[in-house]
Design a protein around this ligand. Structure first.
Ligand SMILES: Nc1ncnc2c1ncn2[C@@H]1O[C@H](COP(=O)(O)OP(=O)(O)OP(=O)(O)O)[C@@H](O)[C@H]1O
Ligand SMILES: [Mg+2]
Length: 383
């Protein structure tokens, strides 16, 4: 401390300081993870460090900024530290994943992402939480399985996993050789992050760890030949939506909203992410549309028009028709069935909510997959 300062700090010393800064989640030094973008040292001893975050809106940004500031400030000659944040692009993230996995081996193969895969993949998304994504997912899955289709569900809502309960699945997956065998309920194969955490421990994962977990769900789980894979996404347009778009570029988005116009605006944003990820939006499902009254009337508890508004707005934004696939009324039996682990489409198929859900499932079952991005399986003939 008492040594006189001898001009601007050395770049080597700053780099050495940065090498002591660990990413708070991956617990590896930032430079090793390719997270240091640039270091500039001014004559007056000001050091400007540019750091790559793995995703924008990274919850660790403040911790990382503080750690970098603290480490670099301790270097002799440093008068002040500026930390600027940038976000990695897809290639940089892929590189980081390779580093974290510690291997150059090819990424695990996800059968549904292969050209020629006949599995239709639907990612159920919403803007707001609590609009009924998980309820819709499990009911569509159960209805499709009942029709004889082979169906899988990935509970990709890492923070709020509720799919196993709604399907009444208590079993854990079993491991056979290197494959994870998913538990089944009502003919639906189910995998959830909740099955891999002890008790009800909340999971705090972000970017790369999430990505790895999802990749594992998709690659290492023995799904067999699925006709349909449904993914229950967390609300909003976060890391999971981006990872799914990267891991399963052929996944198509199903947007769930309520009739409330404020909710619809947020739902629209969740759907519009498809323009950036080049995914298709299959359609919009309006849930909690109304309450059927004993006198035959309807009470529009959350207003009306949300589903239509999202469908219209996404049709305009995406330049392709995004239909409103159905409206599901509010019905206490939806919740009761979910709590009891028996989806309403099976537990009470005559209820109007179950019928609306079954009709949407019918539409999805008969829907042909788009040919874009698919291999036609033709081999050129040599003469
Ligand atoms: N049509 C409906 N009628 C009555 N209750 C419903 C209906 N749809 C969903 N619910 C209930 O509303 C609550 C929220 O639904 P759900 O958990 O499916 O929403 P979510 O969008 O997955 O929520 P989150 O964002 O927390 O994951 C649950 O208690 C569910 O049982
Ligand atoms: Mg949910």
């Amino acid at each position: 401390m008492s040594a006189p300062l001898t001009g601007a700090p050395a770049l080597d010393a700053v780099n050495a300081a940065l090498a002591t800064v660990q990413d708070p989640e991956i617990n590896r030094p930032l430079p090793e993870l390719g997270m240091v973008k640039d270091v500039r040292i001014a004559d007056d001893g000001t050091v400007r460090v540019e750091v790559y975050l793995t995703v924008s809106g990274c919850p660790m940004r403040e911790t990382i900024t503080n750690r970098v500031t603290q480490a670099v400030s301790a270097v002799p000659g440093v008068t002040s530290v500026q930390v600027a944040l940038d976000v990695m692009n897809d290639e940089q993230r892929a590189e980081l994943r390779k580093t974290v996995r510690g291997t150059d081996a090819p990424e695990p193969v996800i059968p549904f992402a292969q050209p020629g895969s006949l599995t239709r993949v639907y990612a159920v998304a919403s803007g707001k939480g609590g609009v009924g994504k998980s309820s819709v997912t499990v009911n569509l899955a159960a209805a499709l399985a009942k029709k004889g289709l082979s169906v899988g569900v990935v509970d990709a809502d890492i923070y709020g996993h509720s799919v196993p309960r709604m399907l009444g699945v208590d079993d854990k997956p079993t491991q056979v050789d290197n494959m994870i065998m998913p538990p089944q309920a009502y003919g639906v194969k189910v995998i959830s992050i909740g099955m891999f955490t002890p008790g009800n421990t909340p999971v705090v994962w972000r970017g790369p760890m999430l990505h790895r977990a999802l990749q594992q769900f998709l690659a290492d789980v023995w799904w067999g030949d699925l006709d349909v894979l449904l993914l229950d996404l967390p609300p909003g347009t976060g890391d999971v939506a981006i990872s799914i778009a990267q891991l399963l570029p052929n996944a198509e988005i199903l947007v769930v909203t309520t009739p409330q116009l404020a909710a619809a605006e947020v739902a629209e944003r969740a759907g519009a992410i498809a323009t950036q990820t080049h995914q298709q939006v299959v359609g919009v499902i309006e849930n909690m549309s109304w309450l059927d009254l004993p006198d035959g009337g309807r009470m529009e508890v959350f207003g009306s028009g949300g589903g239509e508004a999202v469908s219209d707005a996404l049709t305009r934004t995406l330049g392709a028709r995004v239909p409103l696939l159905g409206q599901i009324p509010l019905d206490t039996r939806v919740r009761e069935a979910g709590d009891a682990g028996a989806p309403v489409v099976l537990a009470d198929p005559d209820s109007s909510a179950a019928q609306a859900l079954a009709k949407i499932a019918d539409g999805l079952a008969t829907r042909q997959r788009g040919l874009s991005g698919m291999s036609l399986g033709l081999t050129p003939v040599r003469h």
